[in-house]
Design a protein around this ligand. Structure first.
Ligand code: GLU
Length: 381
């Protein structure tokens, strides 16, 4: 199949699309909301709706637009000031979305999330139901991180990551990341004249992520590295990603018609279920379990649960039920899962047989440390 027919195929099947708009796309160089971009995006969304494509926006730009309003030329240094700027900018951002969508008789719905809203499975599912209801009402959900209340521990960090989690949350079939460059290059095109544009990435992995490192931006939290990471996360949910220039008029419309714009990143063949994807990508590992080679092979090749006998070390401070990374003896992470035991208890039973758990701990709630149903294999050797 040619790259072009792959695109047409993917886009023609997409019924629910997550569109992430970056701060640079939405603002002018003097940090004013860029009305031309907003109008173009909203027009494309309204057109897509006629073809029964639902759009879910993940929009940055709150802090950037507040810089213009407040006459600042860089992000404030103090967290409280940055949070205040987000509160000021968010309202202008939503005002503009609401006015422009209103011209097409479409309602805008503001959804502000923190990581703690999604790390509890019940709350994650509640958020999914709410978003589905917003879409059933025919409104366009516009999601941003709740920057005003967020602190480090409950932060997503950047909206690229948030957009990739939203693909699972709303069970989307395409992620479009609109940024201020044309897509993915093998080197930073702003620094290297010989940088080569890549229009199709068939098998995304950490080698691509390495190429994207070092492209951080000044006003937004992300750079190309966070976009590639987001694409990897979406790919594990079976969702393709298109990274493209959101400043170029008509790009979003063309993408939604299946035109060859930006970089298309194909999804993984083995799609994770929503719950397993949530374990692996929405949750943040609270510790690390080192697994010996025998147990690693059993997990990778026979999809076995992790028993205490296969554990050689444990690091971190976690309680039962919390997410952990599983690393091999070389420190390479190959799986994630929910641990049935705390780090403190694993320290006492590591290397032991399952039958010894009760003798050592005085209880043996579970025969395994990580049951296979709570385990996600991230990479096979
Ligand atoms: N949530 C931030 C804002 O609206 C942007 C985060 C990011 O740049 O990824 O300003």
């Amino acid at each position: 199949m040619t790259s072009n027919s792959t695109r047409k195929n993917i886009v023609s099947r997409a019924k629910r699309v997550v569109i992430k708009l970056g701060s640079y796309v939405l603002t002018t160089p003097s940090f004013k909301l860029d009305r031309k971009v907003f109008s173009d995006v909203i027009k494309s969304i309204a057109e897509a709706r006629k073809k029964n494509i639902e759009s879910v926006l993940v929009s940055s730009g709150a802090i950037a637009s507040a810089l213009g309003t407040l006459g600042l030329n860089e992000r404030p240094k103090l967290l409280s000031q940055e949070q205040a700027a987000a509160a000021i900018g968010q309202i202008s951002l939503m005002g503009l979305y609401s006015r422009l969508l209103g011209k097409f008789n479409i309602n805008a719905a503001q959804i502000l999330l923190t990581h703690s809203d999604l790390r509890n499975r019940q709350r994650f599912l509640n958020a999914r139901h709410t978003l589905n209801s917003v879409l059933e009402y025919g409104a366009v959900p516009i999601i941003n991180e709740n920057d005003t209340t967020v602190v480090e521990e409950i932060r997503f960090g950047d909206n690229d990551y948030l957009s990739s989690l939203v693909t699972n949350l709303v069970q989307a079939d395409l992620l479009i990341i609109l940024t201020d460059i044309d897509g993915f290059y093998d080197k930073d095109p702003r620094k290297y004249d010989d940088a080569k544009f890549i229009s199709l990435i068939e098998d995304i992995d950490s080698s691509i992520e390495k190429l994207a490192l070092g492209t951080k931006s000044k006003i937004a939290r992300g750079g190309m590295a966070t976009k590639i990471k987001a694409a990897i996360t979406a790919a594990h949910f079976g969702v393709p990603t298109i990274i493209a220039n959101g400043k170029t008029k008509g790009n979003l419309s063309k993408i939604l018609q299946g035109d060859d714009i930006g970089t298309l990143i194909l999804p993984k063949q083995n799609k994770l279920t929503s719950r397993k994807h949530w374990i692996a990508f929405t949750l943040k590992p609270q510790g690390r379990i080192t697994v010996d080679n025998g147990a690693k092979t059993a997990m990778l090749e026979k999809a076995k649960s992790l028993l205490p006998s296969g554990i050689s070390a444990v690091a971190g401070d976690f309680d039962p039920g919390e997410p952990v990374s599983c690393c091999d003896e070389d420190g390479v992470e190959f799986a994630r899962g929910l641990s049935a035991y705390s780090a403190e208890d694993i320290e006492k039973i590591k290397g032991a047989n399952t039958s010894e758990i009760k003798k050592v701990l005085g209880y043996d709630r579970h025969p395994e440390i990580i049951n296979r149903d709570n385990m996600v294999i991230l990479r096979k050797p």
